[in-house]
Design a protein around this ligand. Structure first.
Ligand code: CMX
Length: 404
């Protein structure tokens, strides 16, 4: 009876924010010699340290390893009076804290205060890995140091790769020792507006290269009309310049079709593919639906600051993209033939209620691709931002064989 009452009381405090966002983000582990501990986990889990970062304020150097859906954060004391050095002295090496990710760190901070806890800082502050964090004292939490964190990333810096008279922008993340994954955005999209969140989630597992196609995002424009050959050549130029022989490719929507084109043209450079929200069967109806979305007039009535910041001359980009899309119905047979010839194992995924492409599109692609695997995900929209990354990322890791 008492248990029932307590459980009911607890449930009264639970809001959807609790239920959906208390995700284990990482486990902090104090290490005397992080390299030795990293080697141990490499042996046990096949995972490697992919990033190191110093947090001066905490007197700590952090070493990150991926462990499936969560991370291990090895903590190395930088000064004898730091919390980590004190922990080492009193308790020796071992598990130091559990960190839970939340959507809104300020709201979580207020909520735990409301529940009677005393956070160890006056407000959330900057931690490692682009996070804002706060801790609860282990004395208040049955001996477990609890961290809450929210990912608030600093803007990515594009690397510029010379291309014809201009350059291609590529965003590079993750350790070079990991397999390379080239991330391709959709029509009239770019890394910043579309694929960045996914690319960042994949950083612990891959050497990620997220490309902006010519004329998109931070890449310079080119005189040639947009075409699958041009964008596929963009991808090849990036891999060549960075010196990558073989890569996995992920492509969203048009990026998926480009990934297939690339795999057909340069099979020796491709390990595995994943395409999401991609069709290779273009009808006049689809062209109409897609070009209606590129109607500059509609955008002019809204706030276009994000588009301007990402692409510069977004109106020209939309015009050029619409022209390219109008050529696609007559290229359908060619694109289907391309898909049939792709030998690389390919994960084809789609939103089950895609508002742009019919469900038949991924089914059709699945029938064409000799090594295709199909996954339908519960999402209402075509946009990549609608995709539930918590379920999609494990699927990708499994497909690319990146699970420890
Ligand atoms: N887990 C469990 N118990 C811990 C603990 C931990 N991580 N750290 C300390 N304790 C225990 C101690 O063993 C001690 O227990 P006893 O009283 O039974 O001996 C008690 O807590 C108090 O320990 P202390 O050495 O006196 O430490 P303080 O109270 O001065 O500080 C804490 C403890 C948690 C407030 C401090 O370590 C802190 O502020 N931690 C948060 C900051 C931090 O850890 N930063 C590094 C992580 C960086 C990052 O992830 O970004």
């Amino acid at each position: 009876m008492l248990w029932c009452y307590s459980a009911f009381e607890c449930l009264n405090h639970l809001t959807p924010e609790h239920l959906n966002t208390a995700t284990l983000e990482h486990i902090g582990i104090v290490a005397r010699d992080p390299e030795t501990v990293a080697r141990l986990f490499e042996k046990l889990l096949g995972t490697r340290c992919y990033k190191e970062e110093t947090v001066e304020e905490q007197g700590v150097r952090t070493h990150f390893l991926s462990a499936g859906t969560a991370k291990l954060e090895l903590l190395e004391a930088l000064s004898p009076d730091s919390p980590v050095a004190r922990f080492l002295e009193k308790r020796g090496e071992g598990v130091h804290h559990l960190a839970f990710e939340t959507n809104d760190i300020e709201a979580t901070f207020e909520r735990v205060q409301g529940l009677g806890f005393t956070p160890l800082s006056d407000a959330p502050r900057l931690g490692a890995d682009g996070k804002r964090i706060f801790f609860l004292h282990p004395k208040e939490t049955h001996g477990v140091l609890v961290e809450f964190c929210q990912y608030i990333p600093t803007p990515l810096e594009a690397r510029r790769i010379p291309y014809h008279d201009g350059h291609l922008a590529v965003y590079e993340m993750g350790a070079r020792s990991q397999p390379t994954l080239l991330v391709l955005h959709g029509a009239a999209g770019c890394t910043q507006l579309e694929t960045e969140a996914l690319a960042r989630r994949l950083e612990p597992h891959f050497h990620v290269l997220a490309l902006d196609f010519s004329g998109h995002g931070a890449s310079s424009d080119i005189d040639n009309p947009f075409s699958a050959s041009l964008f596929s050549d963009n991808a090849r130029a990036v891999l060549d310049h960075i010196g990558i022989g073989e890569a996995h490719l992920f492509g969203f929507s048009m990026g998926g079709a480009i990934a297939l084109h690339f795999a057909r043209e340069y099979p020796e450079h491709v390990r595995r593919l994943a395409v999401h929200g991609t069709t290779v069967a273009w009808t006049e109806g689809l062209v109409e639906a897609m070009t209606a979305r590129l109607d500059a007039e509609i955008f002019r009535q809204r706030d276009t600051a994000d588009l301007e910041a990402a692409h510069g001359d977004w109106e020209r980009l939309f015009e050029r993209t619409a022209r390219f899309i109008r050529t696609l119905p007559e290229r359908t047979a060619e694109m289907e033939a391309t898909a049939r010839k792709v030998k690389a194992p390919t994960l084809i995924s789609a939103a089950d209620r895609d508002d742009l492409f019919p469900l038949e599109a991924p089914l059709h692609l699945h029938r064409l691709l000799p090594e295709g695997r199909l996954a339908l995900l519960p999402a209402m929209e075509h946009a990549l931002s609608a995709l539930p990354l918590d379920s999609y990322v494990p699927l990708l890791l499994q497909h690319f064989g990146a699970h420890a």
